[in-house]
Design a binder for this molecule. Structure first.
Ligand SMILES: C[S@@+](CC[C@H](N)C(=O)[O-])C[C@H]1O[C@@H](n2cnc3c(N)ncnc32)[C@H](O)[C@@H]1O
Length: 243
């Protein structure tokens, strides 16, 4: 039972009563063996259509999300009962197909990529999967040119997998695009084990590390870093009732 104001108001009050807790030392209860990571990554199997999308990705030199991350995206789209999702970085449609399979059957994926050829290949993927053409709105262009043209507060989920150096700017756009209770997700949050290593100072690693701190410190977000694949950083935009 939730008190007056419902679950969202309760969640908001709890967050204000208990500022973000920072553990003094890492708490890892059980070290996980590589075989268990593999088992978890492959727990939800991919079909031949996703395998074909991965083959197209290899041909054009695109790295799709891993199968564990894809399954997490489908899960998120499903629990959100998502009808409107934005993706930055279409690639050949691996993540897009996972998202579409989790969304409502009438949900629309708006997916942006700077490479029109990648989007042509993604359309083949969606077509192979019998996704109706009106469920995938592909927009060719740079993420930061296209996102400002999309409608405020209209989207349930924003998935970012474009230029890693632009992740901070994608977050700002995502917070505007998401409805209260919506979720933003970033692939490659661990960036090939570089983010956790302070000696790594290249532009992409620093951008992803900065994004993690920004999200962890934002009181309007409920974050979790899922160690699937190359890391999936997920955050819910908390409903903040009017004062
Ligand atoms: C890692 S791949 C995306 C893979 C895809 N999300 C998947 O899992 O199947 C990154 C994609 O982002 C695109 N990209 C790179 N910079 C971009 C930008 N500034 N705006 C939009 N797309 C961009 C690339 O062309 C590439 O297709």
């Amino acid at each position: 039972m939730f008190p007056l104001g419902g679950a969202n108001a309760l969640e908001s009050r709890q967050r204000h009563a208990h500022p973000r807790i920072r553990p003094r030392r890492p708490l890892i209860t059980t070290p996980i063996k590589p075989a268990s990571w593999t088992y978890a990554e492959e727990f939800v199997a991919e079909d031949d259509i996703l395998a074909a999308a991965r083959a197209r990705a290899e041909e054009v030199g695109v790295t799709p999300i891993g199968s564990g991350g894809g399954a997490a995206l489908r899960f998120l789209a499903s629990v959100l009962d998502a009808r409107a999702v934005v993706e930055i970085g279409t690639g050949t449609g691996v993540s897009g197909l996972w998202l579409l399979r989790g969304m409502r059957s009438d949900g629309v994926l708006t997916t942006v990529d700077i490479e029109a050829e990648h989007q042509r290949l993604a359309k083949e993927t969606f077509n192979d999967a019998d996704i109706p053409a009106n469920r995938a709105r592909t927009i060719a262009g740079a993420g930061l040119d296209v996102l400002p043209r999309l409608t405020d507060g209209h989207y349930d989920l924003v998935f970012c997998d474009g230029d890693k150096r632009e992740y901070g700017a994608y977050l700002a756009e995502a917070l505007r695009l998401l409805r209260p209770g919506g979720v933003v997700a970033f692939d490659n949050a661990l960036w090939h084990d570089r983010v956790a290593d302070p000696a790594q100072r290249d532009e992409e690693t620093v951008a992803i590390r900065d994004l993690g701190r920004t999200i962890a410190d934002n009181e309007a977000l409920v974050p979790v870093l899922l160690p699937v694949g190359d890391g999936l950083l997920v955050a819910k935009k908390v409903w903040t009732p009017e004062a």
